[in-house]
Design a protein around this ligand. Structure first.
Ligand SMILES: [Zn+2]
Ligand SMILES: [Zn+2]
Length: 266
């Protein structure tokens, strides 16, 4: 439910190449969800690439439809930063799926994407406050905008722990994380199991213990997202991901068609 193409600023992948890679990995359905970053509004045309992504996705689906179904979506970053921009992107196309993401946190002067922040240069207390603000933003996004899948919860850890090896523990945030998981359940949306870091950072986003907590709180709707920006990363980590979900007790994963969840038994 989560891949990128040449219509994202950080990918050069052709949608047809992603479709071929998915077919060779045995994946029968996948979504193209290019980046739409609210922060870039007014700086460049952020609507045209999404329109092109959706149109191209539909065209490629006609070619590949008998072997693999392509769903069209969008990954909206910071949807809650501007109601007007959010409304415009939602009205741009008939998407199959909308992803809700936080890539930038409203935290003092550190509002650039967390992928660009040098966390090794920050004191531990600042990083803790940063994560606190991150979870607050996640909740604000959930409470003020509508989308289908909450993406890569705890993603800053990919940089804080993965890239900079700071070994940060998220247990001080368990109450906030519970609040987020309960809100996902109450809204009837899905929690993404993002597998993009399983080889480099050796964990899912969110980590397994958070996925287990979601299950224990009653959450059953999960989607798999490779977040692939290259064809070779198509469906990366899915076999292990499905096994991990089964071990926890999940009996299905979901995909979205015309913004309606469809269950696949696992
Ligand atoms: Zn993302
Ligand atoms: Zn993404």
């Amino acid at each position: 439910m989560h891949t990128h193409s040449e219509f994202s600023h950080d990918s050069a992948c052709k949608i047809a190449d992603m479709a071929s890679a998915q077919i060779s990995k045995g994946t029968k359905i996948f979504a193209v969800t290019d980046h739409f970053d609210t922060d870039l509004y007014g700086k460049q045309d952020i609507f045209a690439p999404i329109k092109a992504s959706v149109d191209t996705c539909r065209r490629v689906n006609k070619e590949y439809g008998d072997r693999c179904t392509l769903l069209s979506g969008v990954e909206i970053g910071e949807s809650f930063w501007s109601t007007e921009v959010y409304r415009r992107i939602m009205a741009l196309a008939d998407y199959d799926v909308i992803l809700g993401s936080v890539h930038q946190v409203r935290f003092g002067s550190l509002t650039e994407a967390y992928s660009q922040i040098d966390f090794s240069a920050l004191p531990k207390e600042t990083i803790l406050s940063y994560m606190d603000a991150y979870f607050d933003d996640m909740l604000a996004m959930l409470e003020t905008t509508e989308f289908d899948i909450l993406c890569h919860l705890t993603c800053p850890l990919r940089y804080i722990n993965g890239k900079y090896g700071l070994g940060m523990d998220i247990s001080p945030f368990s109450e906030k994380i519970d609040n987020i998981l309960k809100t996902v359940i109450r809204k009837g949306i899905s929690l993404e199991v993002n597998t993009s870091g399983t080889d480099t950072f050796s964990d899912y986003m969110p980590p397994r213990e958070v996925i287990k907590r979601y299950f224990d709180l009653g959450g059953r709707m999960v989607t798999l997202g490779s977040d692939a920006h290259k064809a070779q990363d198509a469906s990366k980590g899915f076999d292990q991901g499905v096994q991990m979900l089964k071990d926890i007790g999940f009996d299905g994963i979901y995909y979205y068609k015309s913004r309606k969840p469809v269950k696949i038994k696992i």
